[in-house]
Design a binder for this molecule. Structure first.
Ligand code: NAD
Ligand code: WQD
Length: 338
């Protein structure tokens, strides 16, 4: 199968490209590189020994997408391109709505023009807002807590409506929980620009000495050790979830949504200790105020993906920390030095 991977130069996209190529599929990447480097795709080629067709184009630009579809025989699309920083989305809502929703609309229109209606969407556990209970199943109530989350919620709704209007579409939204870790080769991994927003990239930079200490956002939650609990998923498991989803697109028409998570909750302090074990380095921390908008506990019920997609997360947090540390140690400046 020939898969168009939008946002394919990014963190999850580069790992997904590896799994698709290793499974024998062709990969075409469209990415503006607004939050990534082309070097990640060269590394994907090194890991797999296969080549990636790269188009430095913007998914909001329908004509640019038309040129890509005219050049390649695309069978299915995995749409990952988008902006993803929650805090930035609250400060720049128009930029987030314009980029993330225009990209989806242009892509879906051009797919329709070229008779390609098999689509996997990067969605997020953020669509559950502040969940009423855990583990969270796909039929839980949906809500948005910030403009970024709203773009995911609207994206799902647009695709639900599209699939209801035309039964030729086969659409799977994957609601990722918290992806962490890196490819075991140490050649690709997460490369945050500036101060990391997310827990594990921050911990990795503390362990490497680039930052002095972690700030733990609150230890007075109603959890075993008082710190926030999340479902941390190895990015290679997540990447394989995309392979499973494209492989199973033909099983049903219409719109479907699946959680991709481990089903297990891990606290901030458990994460700190796991990274210390994996790296052999101390991770100093201080407890500070809760981060506004944070929820206490969030983890998936991943049973629907196991049932319908034959997919399960098999890697644990210790393995993810070891892989993240290998990537961080070998590439202290990320992809910047190429
Ligand atoms: P990332 O920033 O590394 O990758 C996204 C890629 O999209 C980047 O390479 C960026 O340059 C590109 N991009 C952005 N706007 C574009 C546009 N208009 N046209 C073309 N390319 C564009 O982020 P990631 O962590 O790999 O996330 C991939 C997808 O998964 C995103 O849609 C994100 O919202 C979603 N997601 C991520 C997480 C997470 O914690 N990382 C969790 C849930 C969902
Ligand atoms: C995890 C835990 C923090 C940083 C976010 C987005 C979500 C999704 C993934 C895309 C929480 C604590 C964090 C730090 C800390 N992205 N923490 N100190 O908040 O679950 O999800 O990223 O869809 O939409 O909201 O992940 O990694 O930011 O936080 O104590 O410096 O770590 O309070 O308990 P989160 P996170």
């Amino acid at each position: 199968m020939n898969v168009l991977l939008t946002g394919g130069a990014g963190y999850i996209g580069s790992h997904t490209a590896v799994e698709l190529l290793d499974a024998g599929h062709g990969v075409v990447v469209v990415d503006t590189l607004v939050n990534s480097h082309e070097e990640s795709l060269r590394r994907v080629e090194r890991i797999t020994g296969r080549s990636v067709a790269f188009h430095p184009a913007d998914c909001t630009d329908a004509d640019a997408l038309r040129r890509v579809f005219a050049e390649h025989d695309v069978d299915a699309v995995i749409h990952m391109a988008g902006l993803k920083a929650v805090g930035e989305s609250a400060r720049q809502p128009l930029r987030y709505y314009r980029n993330n929703l225009d990209a989806l609309l242009s892509l879906a229109e051009v797919m329709d023009e070229f008779d390609v209606r098999d689509l996997v969407l990067s969605s997020s556990a953020t669509v559950y807002g502040n969940p009423e209970r855990v583990p969270i199943a796909e039929d839980a109530a949906l809500a948005s807590a910030n403009p970024y989350g709203a773009t995911k919620l609207f994206a799902e709704q647009i695709l639900r409506d599209l699939a209801a209007a035309d039964e030729r579409w086969r659409i799977t939204a994957l609601r990722y929980f918290n992806p962490i870790g890196a490819h075991p080769s140490g050649l690709i991994g997460e490369d945050p620009q500036g101060v990391p927003n997310n827990l594990f990239p921050y911990i990795a930079q503390v362990a490497s000495g680039r930052r002095e200490r972690l700030q733990v956002f609150g230890d007075d939650y109603d959890t075993a050790d008082g710190t926030g609990v999340r479902d941390y998923l190895h990015v290679v498991d997540l990447a394989r979830g995309h392979l499973a989803a494209v492989t199973h697109l033909a099983d049903a028409t219409g719109f479907r949504a699946y959680n991709l998570g481990t089903g297990k909750g891990v606290s901030v302090l458990e994460g700190v200790r796991a990274f210390e074990r994996a790296s052999g380095r101390p991770v100093p921390y201080e407890v500070v105020e809760r981060r506004p908008g944070d929820i206490a506990v969030c983890y998936a019920d991943p049973s629907a993906a196991a049932r319908d997609l034959d997919w399960k997360a098999v890697r644990g947090v210790d393995e993810a920390c070891a892989d993240a540390w290998r990537w961080q140690s070998a590439n202290p400046d990320g992809f910047a030095r190429g």
